[in-house]
Structures are given as C-alpha cells and as structure tokens.
Design a protein around this ligand. Structure first.
Ligand code: NAG
Ligand code: NAG
Length: 389
C-alpha cells in the first residue's frame, strides 16, 4: 500500500509540475513577444550589400588562417568541385542531383561577371558532412545544425530549381521570385480576418518531430488541422501514423490558416520560407538546424519558436490557445514575417549573398587557382539540363 501511495503522490506531483511549466510557458509568451518587439523595431541601418555579412563571416571564422590546396584535396569526394576563372564557371560533370546543381549554376553564371577567380566544393546532398569532432574543412552545404558542423552555408538550389519534388510540383517548386509573388498576391486577397483561427501542417513523415501535432489534431480538430501525406518512399500506413494519407496542397493553401507549423525534414525544411511569405504566424521548431537566412530572423518577432521540450501535445495546445487569445499580436508577427521576406529574401539578396560569401571565401585561399581540365564549362542558358532529360 505504501509504495502504491508513494507512486500516486509522485504522479500527482509531477503532473502539477508539468501543469506549472505550461502555465509559465503561456505567461512567458507575452513577455517574450513584448521584448522581441523592441528588438525588431530598433532601426539599425545596414546596407543591402552588408545585411548578411555577419552570417558568412561566422561560417568562415574557423578558416581565418587560410585554406590550403591540401584541404581542398580532402574535400573532393564530398561534393562537386566548382571553379570560377576569368568570369567563367566550371564544375564537375557528374552531379548527383542534376536539378540541384542547375539551381546553383543559374545564380553563379549570371553573377560570374562580378566574381573573382575561386575554387570550392559544393555538397548537393541534404545533410552537412563535416562534424565539429574532426578538423575544420571548408565544404559548402545548404543547411547544418550550427553547433555540430563546420560546413559553410550557401543559398540552396531551391531558390531556382531542384526543390522538393512533390506530385503537385513534379519538377520542383522552381523560381522563388515568382512563387513568392504568387504567395503575396494570394495573401493580400485572403487577409488575416478571413483566415481560419486554427493551426495547419501538411507534409510527409520525414521525422518524428511532426507526430505530436498530428496526434493533437486528431484529438482537437478545432485547434489544428495537421496530417501526413505520402512521401516518395511510402510503404505502409505506419508512414502516415496509421491514417489515410492526405492530399498534397499547393503552398497557397497554407495561407488560409492563421497559424502554421514548420519542422525540419532531413535537414532544414524548404517549407519555412514559403510559410513566412504567407503573412500567417509561423511556429518554428527551433532545434538548431538552419539555412543561411535563419539567424537573421528575430524569434517572437518574425516567428514563434517552438522548443524541442515543448513539442508535445500539451505544449502545442498551450501555444495554440495562446495564439487564439492574442489575435492582434499574432497578426503583427505574420505581417513582420511577410515584410521581412519581401525585403530580405528577394532574389537580389540571394545574389548579394553569393557575391559576399565567395569574395570573403576567396580571400582565404592560399594557392593560385589553376584551371582543372576535368571540369566542364557551365553556360548561362540551362544547357546543363538538356544533358539530363
Ligand atoms: C585569364 O585571362 C587572361 C587574359 O586573357 C589570361 O592571361 C589568364 O591566363 C587567364 N587566367 C587563367 C587562370 O586562365
Ligand atoms: C525568376 O523569375 C523572375 C521573374 O520572372 C526573373 O526575373 C528571374 O531572373 C528568375 N530567376 C532565376 C534565378 O531564374
């Protein structure tokens, strides 16, 4: 009897603690949002050229003593080698995901007249490859978990092509400027007051971070509409957490809801920028996985961070209840995200990122660039894609 009593008391005690934790979470949200507002409205003038300078500098900091030919040699098996010589772009013929290389080539070739001679190795897989447990080497990757990897971030191919190929976008999502423009139009014709006061998420079950929200949605459909679609490797109902897979939706569909959720996939998820462009409030699971632009966003001002330890049904429910009760605050965060995307994630920002990154990186190279004749010349006119029908 005694031990039963003790475990009962422990259970009671821990549920009281948990309850307190979520009350505190609820109360802290107002404070965090108010503090972030002050930070977000600070008017720091940074020219467009230098807006992202802090980001590539941070990634390049481990290489300040210089990048040697020997270091480059160690990277060759980890990605595709690129060279820019006399304003012409060259790269390894073989590319694991042709549409991804094409998405990078597009930017490099059109910027080549502004780029100095350089050489780098670009990883076109989702995962970064250089963990901090080994020595730093300068590999270009589109995403990383900041504390764990040395990789240098570059703007992903998905700003042009090779994005996630889901059945409604069979060749990838394509040109970001155009998609962003369409989302903007859709958003202005679907203003905040007409959007559903519910959470929304749709995507494949690439990892289990997404499960709690989907389970919550099954219990409280009036709070959130979240479900899994079939992924490319769909095998069984297990892949959709034992429910019928739901229909894939175009990105505009997100903009019908006020609260959107972003979780990483294998690496950072491309979904984030499309959600921010909607002008709804994005709840983003902040677990350290980033793309080049994430660190410029102010948490609680441009999006609401969801902590890993709160990514459970109780935590998600608390956040959603808070959101529903603070409509004005949420609308403001959605507006902030939308205007940040328009001014800081437009195509010229991506151009400037490549230019700034490559120029700082090139200044660290300690060897003369000599043409590698095994590389092919990349032309500006998409001739690459015709080799891979
Ligand atoms: C770049 O072009 C100049 C002038 O045409 C030439 O002298 C030089 O060798 C070229 N550089 C390389 C690395 O090929
Ligand atoms: C994307 O589309 C816009 C507008 O049609 C165009 O100006 C831009 O060059 C395209 N971007 C790329 C990378 O092709």
């Amino acid at each position: 009897f005694n031990s039963l009593m003790i475990s009962f008391l422990l259970l009671l005690f821990s549920s009281v603690i948990a309850e307190r934790h979520y009350d505190r979470l609820y109360n802290e949200l107002s404070q965090s949002i108010a503090n972030a507002k002050i930070k977000g409205e600070e008017n720091i003038e940074i020219s467009k050229e230098l807006y992202y300078e802090s980001e590539w500098k941070r990634d390049l900091a481990p290489f300040q003593s210089g990048i040697t030919r020997e270091m480059m040699g160690q990277l060759e098996s980890l990605g595709n080698k690129y060279q820019i010589i006399n304003h012409t772009v060259y790269r390894a013929k073989r590319c694991t995901f042709p549409a991804r290389c094409q998405g990078v080539d597009k930017f490099l070739t059109r910027l080549a007249h502004r780029l100095e001679d350089t050489e780098f190795v670009l990883n076109d897989f989702d995962n970064p490859k250089l963990t901090k447990r080994a020595r730093p080497l300068p590999l270009f990757s589109f995403s990383k978990k900041e504390d764990d990897y040395w990789d240098i971030l570059y703007p992903a191919w998905s700003f042009h092509s090779g994005g996630p190929a889901i059945s409604i976008y069979p060749s990838g999502i394509g040109n970001w400027s155009e998609t962003k423009e369409e989302l903007s139009k859709y958003s202005s014709s679907h203003p905040w007051s007409t959007r559903e006061s519910r959470g929304f998420f749709i995507g494949s079950r690439t990892n289990h971070q997404r499960d709690s929200l989907v389970l919550l949605s099954r219990r409280f459909p009036s709070l959130v509409d979240a479900s899994f679609t079939k992924n490319q490797a769909y095998r069984s109902p297990q892949d959709t957490l034992n429910a019928e897979p739901s229909t894939e939706r175009p990105f505009e569909y997100n903009c019908n809801y006020k609260y959107l959720f972003n979780f990483r996939g294998i690496a950072a998820s491309f979904r984030f920028k499309y959600l921010l462009a909607c002008g709804s409030t994005v709840f983003h699971l902040d677990d350290g996985w980033i793309e080049f632009f994430y660190r410029k966003l102010i948490p609680y001002y441009h999006y609401i961070p969801l902590k890993e330890r709160e990514n459970n049904q109780k935590g998600l429910k608390t956040l959603l209840e808070y959101a529903i009760e603070h409509d004005e605050e949420m609308k403001k965060i959605g507006d902030n995200a939308h205007s940040w995307i328009s001014s800081h994630l437009d195509e010229s920002s991506i151009d400037l990122y490549w230019i700034g990154l490559l120029s700082s990186y090139s200044s660290l190279l300690k060897f003369p660039i000599e043409r590698d004749v095994s590389l092919m010349k990349v032309s500006n006119e998409g001739s690459i894609s015709s080799q891979f029908p």
